[in-house]
Design a protein around this ligand. Sequence first.
Ligand SMILES: CC(C)(COP(=O)([O-])OP(=O)([O-])OC[C@H]1O[C@@H](n2cnc3c(N)ncnc32)[C@H](O)[C@@H]1OP(=O)([O-])[O-])[C@@H](O)C(=O)NCCC(=O)NCCSC(=O)C[C@@](C)(O)CC(=O)[O-]
Ligand SMILES: NC(=O)C1=CN([C@@H]2O[C@H](COP(=O)(O)OP(=O)(O)OC[C@H]3O[C@@H](n4cnc5c(N)ncnc54)[C@H](O)[C@@H]3O)[C@@H](O)[C@H]2O)C=CC1
Length: 423
Amino acid sequence: MPKTVSGFSKFTKEEKINWLVKTYFTNNENAKQTLKKYWNSNQKLQELHDDFIENTISNYYLPYGVAPNFVINGKQYVIPMAVEESSVVAAASLVAKFWSTRGGFKANVISTTKIGQVHFMYDGDFKTLENYFSGSKSNLLKVTESITKNMRKRGGGILDIELRDKTEDLDNYYQLHVTFETKDSMGANFINSCLEAIANEFKNNDIQIVMSILSNYVPECLVRAEVSCKVEELFKENAELYAEKFDQAVKIANVEPHRAVTHNKGIMNGIDAVVIATGNDFRAVEAGCHAYAARTGKYKSLTNCEVNGDDFRFWIEIPLALGTVGGLTALHPLAKLSLELLQNPSAEELMQIVAVAGLAQNFAALRALTTTGIQHGHMKMHLSNIIKQLGANEEEQQYLLNYFSDKQVSHSAVVGAYNELKK
Ligand SMILES: CC(C)(COP(=O)([O-])OP(=O)([O-])OC[C@H]1O[C@@H](n2cnc3c(N)ncnc32)[C@H](O)[C@@H]1OP(=O)([O-])[O-])[C@@H](O)C(=O)NCCC(=O)NCCSC(=O)C[C@@](C)(O)CC(=O)[O-]
Ligand SMILES: NC(=O)C1=CN([C@@H]2O[C@H](COP(=O)(O)OP(=O)(O)OC[C@H]3O[C@@H](n4cnc5c(N)ncnc54)[C@H](O)[C@@H]3O)[C@@H](O)[C@H]2O)C=CC1
């Protein structure tokens, strides 16, 4: 077993790679070459990426695609998507085009409040704590003034500080529950700085601060996106039957968590791709969306459907804490480019775009699932990946793509056809 390494963080990049390949790889040169192949030839750009995180030894890049023809609240968009999974961008593009001739997507932001909490322990009389809190509340706001000054000028800042008694859940546990408006920033660093200043001012001999941190659960930072049309506009044939099956698919996701998780994974295919492309924090968005899906105590669909006579309506309501300033949004050249492609949206507009991407993705998946089945389209897009994995040359690749143009694609069918060709 390799020995623990000390001082690794102080090694140069080259030294880190040398240590790694010597310790963990049998073919040192090959591993080194793979890592180096992904370095950017522009040294400045590479240094920028090196500095995003710690112990950077290479870049791990995702394909960056675009889905054109989105119409959101009457405005045209090309949506950037950073994602590794085939058929996601194709599905978004297909659905964007489909809805562009049916009134497009309608989206609106319901609320934009973010939350942060100072968690603390207190083993005394609640009335005394309440009095102490109300006596110090104005001071708690005062100590954050230098941090919130610019945000207040933008119309944001701290909205309120509440004392919450959580002793029913955990002995001696209380919170300062703080609400924020962070305008065009996601606000994580801003919120955390405010919370630490508040905690520092609030603590006393009887109050033990445990931690001060924003919450990634933001049910009051909500966005809604919707599509609607007449049932007969939905499907070329058997529209009523397929609309009913589509509706049932959503209902199933609402009652069956195993299905709901996959259903919501499909939604996140669209959401994460845009969140990543715009330099936002996809872990925060993922955690918040799944918590919202489970807000009733049961994990459910993030989308809803209604078929009312001739009318079809399909919508999503999700919490999204996004930024169009701060974080990596201006620092990562591709994130910056994505925002420019989206015509430099405000955070609220970006919330609408991301919600639409999630809804579009779910529409594509449900339409495929309830009609042809998912594998038909997905495997059509995945075909070239399978062919490349087999090591087919250009000519063989072309032959196999033609061969499968009118056949069902599966991994074993492609392997079979390739082996036949090689005979
Ligand atoms: C895959 C499609 C789009 C094929 O759909 P199709 O009707 O066979 O496509 P087409 O070849 O007739 O082309 C029509 C349009 O689709 C788009 N399109 C088509 N091909 C491409 C391409 N190569 N590159 C870019 N765009 C493409 C594009 O907009 C194109 O229009 P055009 O540009 O020609 O004017 C369709 O079958 C589909 O939407 N399937 C669903 C795919 C899906 O949901 N994938 C997600 C991954 S599966 C998963 O992870 C989630 C899941 C499914 O488990 C979630 C759940 O269970 O709910
Ligand atoms: N739990 C979590 O989600 C955590 C996330 N993070 C990271 O924090 C980063 C996001 O934090 P932020 O505070 O948003 O970024 P940030 O620290 O880059 O700050 C953004 C700043 O931009 C300024 N600003 C300029 N114009 C503005 C406008 N129009 N509206 C609002 N602010 C404007 C404000 O001073 C604001 O504080 C992300 O990279 C995220 O990954 C950090 C800690 C925890």
